[in-house]
Structures are given as C-alpha cells and as structure tokens.
Design a protein around this ligand. Sequence first.
Ligand SMILES: *C/C=C(C)/C=C/C=C(C)/C=C/C1=C(C)CCCC1(C)C
Length: 240
Amino acid sequence: MTKLLSMLPLASQMAPNDYVGFTFFVGCMAMMAASAFFFLSMNGFDRKWRTSILVSGLITFIAAVHYWYMRDYWAAFGESPTFFRYVDWVLTVPLMCVEFYLILKAAGAKKSLMWRMIFLSLVMLVTGYFGETIDRDNAQVWGLISGIAYFVIVYDIWIGEAKKLATAAGGAVLSAHKMLSWFVLVGWAIYPIGYMAGTPGWYDSIFGGLNLDVVYNIGDAINKIGFGLVVYSLAVAKSE
Ligand SMILES: *C/C=C(C)/C=C/C=C(C)/C=C/C1=C(C)CCCC1(C)C
C-alpha cells in the first residue's frame, strides 16, 4: 500500500512552519483567482477596454503558471526558484509596460514609448538575473545598473513623456495613470529589498533577516493583482 501510494503523484509535503512555501502556495491561488476574475469580466466592457483587461488577465495567468512550478520547486529542493522567477518577470513586466501604452494610446502615445519602456525593463531584469546567478560576487554592480534602468522608467512615467500624455488626457485616464505610477514607484521598490536580502554584499546586515522569496512573493501579489485592478477600475469608469 505504501509502495502504491508512493507511485502516485502526490503533493509534496509542506511543513507547518514553512512560511516561504506558504507564500508560494497562496501566491499561486491568488494569481489563479485574479486571472479568472479578469478573463470572466472582460466581455462586459467596451471593445476598447477589452484588450487592457485581457492583458491584466494574461499577467496574472502567466504568474499563476510560474507560481505553480515555483511552489513545486521550493517544496522539492528548498531552494529559490530563480530561473522560473525571472522567466515570469521577463514575460509579465513588459506586459505591464504594454498596459501603460494601451491606457495612453487614446491620448496619442506612440509605440516608441512602449518599446522604450520594454527595453528598459529588460535591462533591469537581465542585469538583476546576472547579479543573482552567474556573477553573485558583483551583485552590487549588477543591482546598481538594474536600479538605474528602474529609475529611468520611474522618470518616464512620473515626469517624462508618459506623464505629459496622461496630463493631456485628463479625467479617469490621468487618475489611473497616477495610480499605476505609484505602483511602479512604491510597489516595484519592494523588489530591490528582496534582491539585497538574497545576494551577498554590505547590506547583508541590514536585510539579512528577510527571505528573498517572501519579499518577491509579496511584491508580485501587490503589483500584478493591484495593477490589474486599477486597469479594471478605469475600464469600469470609462464604460459607464
Ligand atoms: C510582476 C513582476 C514585477 C512587477 C517585477 C518587478 C521587478 C523589479 C522592479 C525588479 C527590480 C530590481 C532592481 C530595481 C534592482 C535589483 C534587481 C531587481 C531585478 C530585483
């Protein structure tokens, strides 16, 4: 009987004090629920807003699939699933840039703005990956380059071209843009904290008590689901 049971693809065991595993599990469920919500509500909106809601759903759906694997990976190896984490981000963060563009399209946003943001986000993520994996000894340098790319994105949306377009559009678009900008300034700033907690350097003593994965999982839940809900609210406001 035990032999038979061991052949079944049972869920991995999870210790009651495995709080890292717990955040992977809850994160996975939350992303699934959010995806169902976005996909099922899509058809209630005007054509124009459907794409935006679809992208919100794709962001949480891609994350849900990755969380499924990350949860498993953590349970099996007790190690940070860095590879899956960054594949997830490389797909979802550019989609968030697309979301900014879609919202500002009516105000005259050009595709070049979108590509610029996508490029910057990829620089931010690829350098972060180097610092966490193949060149951990220079994690500070990679983190710095990544941080610069991040600040250029923040500049673009708070002060630069994106901000100007949002101001010109006014109304619900401006307030949604403002909310999304806060997500990028405050919500995205959670990630460097996780990075500093999980890579070697002088900051070990400051962030040493934190777990990189817990910080990243909290960041993802806030940023992916919250971001999608802002877009959803804008669509509701605009469809009335
Ligand atoms: C859904 C996933 C999101 C919104 C991920 C965002 C990730 C970041 C903003 C990561 C930023 C980083 C830095 C600014 C410096 C250190 C390295 C990173 C990649 C953790």
